[in-house]
Design a protein around this ligand. Structure first.
Ligand code: SF4
Length: 272
């Protein structure tokens, strides 16, 4: 299966394209233009052997957001440019981290940094999107888009369980339009500051080690997920994630805890 990498900046994509071209190695460009050009720059897919050849030629010196398996998608990129907004608080998104999803390895998770600041739109989103969960203290708005779990921070967005890079761009573009649209209509919306709903306990469970080791004081990981969900436990009680063999789960676990309003925000930003 081919592998794919995304880039935080177009200049890094250009560096890798140039290196591959110079070495005469085959590759495929996945271009978000024109429809998703505000939420990503081109990505590159290649055979694993090509990646190995690139690395052994010491040509892989550009900064990537990470590598995942490449599954070609049936989603079409819109042929027209993305809509503009008179007051654009989102501006653009750059994908900084891309990795296989913890809860489903056939899907991807990613973190995108925003050049704008969407914090002011959150109380209005909380009024309009009744399925979402707003944590005013930690400044996060978490919601499910189908099976994708999305957490919006003032200057960053994380998405878990996107199908592929094009699905990720499509989801980011949908969020960009939704946030700017809600913000444009804010004079007619009563802002809501209360936390209305939490992410399901099962989504927390999916991000735990699943070993039922009991170190957290609960007999099973499911019992710990329910304790966290109900506010009777702290994330750090699962020591295998913070100090043991399951540190790879830490970022995704803290993401969902932030949606519950129980994550230590300092730990979360440290992780990103
Ligand atoms: S410490 Fe973590 S891995 Fe062990 S039972 Fe508790 S939640 Fe599960």
């Amino acid at each position: 299966m081919k592998v794919m990498t995304a880039f935080p900046r177009a200049s890094e994509f250009e560096k890798m394209r140039e290196a591959l071209t110079t070495l005469g190695l085959p590759f495929e460009i996945i271009d978000p233009s024109p429809g998703y050009s505000r939420v990503g720059c081109p990505a590159i897919a290649m055979e694993p052997e090509t990646r190995a050849a690139l690395a052994s030629a010491h040509a892989e010196k550009c900064i990537t957001a990470g590598w995942v398996e490449y599954r070609p998608t049936s989603i079409h990129i819109p042929a027209s440019p993305p809509p503009s907004f008179a007051e654009d608080i989102f501006v653009t998104a750059s994908i900084m981290v891309i990795a296989p999803c913890i809860a489903d390895e056939k899907k991807i998770r990613l973190v995108a940094h925003l050049s704008g600041d969407v914090g002011a739109a959150m109380p209005y989103l909380n009024t309009e999107m009744r399925e979402g969960c707003y944590n005013a203290d930690g400044e996060t708005f978490t919601f499910m888009d189908g099976y994708r779990m999305i957490t919006v921070y003032p200057r960053r967005i994380s998405i878990a369980k996107a199908d592929d890079i094009i699905d990720a761009w499509r989801t980011l573009e949908k969020i960009r339009c939704r946030i700017n649209d809600v913000y444009a209509r804010r004079a007619a919306i009563e802002p809501t500051y209360e936390m209305r709903k939490k992410p399901p306990a099962l989504e927390i469970y999916k991000r735990l080690p699943g070993t039922n080791c009991g170190i957290c004081g609960q007999k099973t990981c499911m019992a710990f997920a329910l304790s966290l969900w109900s506010g009777n436990a702290k994330p750090s009680q699962c020591m295998p994630i913070f100090e043991g063999d399951f540190s790879r789960l830490k970022a995704a676990f803290l993401e969902i805890c932030s949606g519950l309003g129980v994550a230590d925000t300092g730990m979360l930003f440290e992780e990103m």
